[in-house]
Design a protein around this ligand. Structure first.
Ligand code: HEC
Length: 262
């Protein structure tokens, strides 16, 4: 018996493999399991083409831009605020300041506090009173409250005793503290120590003065070694630079002087 290809046999459609005999004869015979094998011809399950998707995305972006750009548009803030509404300001706030201005001495003292904690606290103590044996007190110290250039050189270079009282403390040497400080940092910490713990010098060390202190320190003949009481006699003066009224109002964020409104 010769065997011709079943699909080519037009007289025996039941042998044609492209025809599902069951469906051809009675669709109601399809079991649910079998039904899942065939896609429902009415629903196209193929994924959205990338071209269509991209086109939709582009249209959404353009549409959003158009809506968002129009005056009084969908996203306009003014649409949600009552007419004639004016935003309130905190007392004392000027048009260009976000925070109320404060006296420069208060701002510098506040900023200097954290520098003191990081740089001096460990030795001189949280109350700056020292310990009487290893670390001297900074409260009422003549070298803290006296001429600012002398104080600045102790911080910048450290100190080889004796101290202002003639006493030598502990190992007799304070290491230099200027490393890593910006002129602004030095200005903050000096202003802080001169106006805290009961010290009431009442002045402000400006970043300009602190920069001068750094220049003086760098030009020392014995640069790199701690200053001594003897050498400090050369620095018995105030740092150069324009003095500032400690009550001058500055913006506590930008630190810029707030001009009085005309
Ligand atoms: C590692 C410990 C240490 C640190 C940190 C330190 N000091 Fe000192 N300081 C000393 C010692 C010790 C002396 C006394 C040195 C001596 O007897 O020779 C001294 C002395 C001083 C004096 C002289 C006081 C006087 O009346 O003679 C001043 C002013 C001073 N320190 C300020 C500061 C400031 C401000 C800071 C932080 C920026 C600071 N010190 C950080 C240990 C330290």
């Amino acid at each position: 018996m010769s065997h011709s290809s079943p699909t080519n046999n037009s007289t025996r459609p039941d042998l044609d493999e492209s025809i599902n005999v069951t469906i051809a004869h009675n669709p109601s015979l399809i079991t649910p399991a079998a039904a899942r094998e065939f896609s429902n011809p009415g629903v196209d399950k193929s994924p959205l083409s990338l071209a269509t998707f991209s086109l939709c995305a582009v249209m959404l972006i353009i549409g959003g831009a158009v809506l968002g750009n129009t005056e009084g548009s969908l996203f306009s803030y003014t649409n949600f605020v009552k007419p004639n509404y004016v935003r309130g300001k905190a007392p004392g706030v000027t048009d260009d300041a976000v925070m109320p201005p404060k006296a420069i001495v208060d701002v510098y003292v506040k900023k200097g506090q954290s520098l003191y904690s990081a740089k001096c606290n460990g030795c001189h103590g949280a109350d700056a009173k020292g310990d009487g044996a290893n670390f001297p007190s900074l409260v009422g110290s003549a070298w803290v409250t006296g001429p600012s250039e002398r104080f600045s050189q102790v911080i910048m270079n450290g100190l080889q005793g004796p101290t202002s009282t003639g006493k030598v403390y502990g190992a007799g040497i304070m290491p230099a503290q200027g490393g890593g400080m910006s002129p602004q940092d030095l200005a903050f910490v000096m202003t802080f120590v001169r106006n805290s713990f009961g010290n009431t010098v009442g002045d402000v060390i400006t970043p300009e003065m602190a920069q001068a202190a750094m220049d003086i320190s760098a030009k020392r003949a014995k640069a790199g070694s701690a200053v001594t009481a003897e050498e400090l006699k050369e620095h018995e003066k105030d740092l150069p630079g324009e003095k500032m009224d400690p009550a001058t109002l500055i913006d506590p964020i930008t630190l810029k002087v707030v001009e009085a409104k005309k």
